[in-house]
Design a protein around this ligand. Sequence first.
Ligand code: ATP
Length: 353
Amino acid sequence: MEGVSKYFDAGNTVANYRLDLEVADGEFVVLLGPSGCGKTTALRLIAGLERPSEGAIYFDGERVDDRSPSDRNVAMVFQNYALYPHMTVAGNIEYPLKVRGIPPDDRDDRLEEVTRLLHIEDQVGKSPAELSGGQRQRVALARAIVRQPSVFLLDEPLSNLDAKLRQEMRSELKRLQNELAITTVYVTHNQEEAMAMADTVVVMNRGTIRQIAPPGELYDRPRTGWVARFIGSPPMNLMDGTRRNGSVDLAEAGTVRFPGAPGNGDGTVSLGVRPEDLSVSAEPPPAGNAIEGVVDTVEPMGEYVLVNVTVGGRVVSAKVADTDLEREDRVFLTFEDDDAYLYDENGELIAPT
Ligand code: ATP
């Protein structure tokens, strides 16, 4: 996609604004962002269900803006995938091949192959009404891949499934995509899903792309405060402060050293530290960075305990293994210099570089 914008309502609604995105052959790209940020519109533009208001879309170097969806060889699976209720599973899966005039023998071969891939060999004779939600979803996926599309487009395909099944299908989809190496663009607002499946995550907000990065890099280096607040569960803590050369003054919460940040000078900044990089103790540390606060709530989560600490009027969360702390205890939050992030007043990452 080159500079692709999409406006609705005579330009009053900006669904997508100047999207630049390159997806490599066989890549699994996830469009991730909050509701209404333009993910579905971007997918529909790639599918050819919408035309760009500005910009151009290319497949293999050829401009496809004027090509109909059927001329793009894309397969799309939506959240509310509809199977034909009067046809069997086999009939549903074979349908796209029939429409294209593929001979019965070839159809049988492909049916066998995709049902094996999706572990639904035993379901082929059933009608959709006899299937569970997960099985129906598999049939919808099988129907989409059976005609060997060059691009696979998925819009929240797992959101109608319960949590356990969603996780199962997530692994399965990833495996399937690996095996078939089909170029895939997947839309979700679920960051866990995005991080687990994507080769590359495209973070969107308000119709624009905020960051394009592999999951690890997105987590390690969120380029803006907005992305930092969006990734992680709970996300990064960001505290407003004033930068004075090598340190950040957090007002009543204390001063934090920041020797590694490039440039110098004063200015309003945000200091970021992830919950998992904070330790909490009742005693001030002998050295290093410490932020003082008061325990607000303690949430035992099983594999970790979330301690929410009020620091200068805002809540900072720390993920710790165990704690004896209670509400209203005065505490010190400590962290390593390397685990701190610094964002400037426009929300752009200053450090780490
Ligand atoms: P969700 O996760 O809730 O599905 P999304 O990120 O997929 O949201 P889109 O469905 O792409 O977002 O919508 C982006 C914006 O464009 C929204 O403000 C939406 O109301 C608007 N929009 C989408 N399609 C149309 C349309 N056909 N006509 C008018 N406005 C539209």
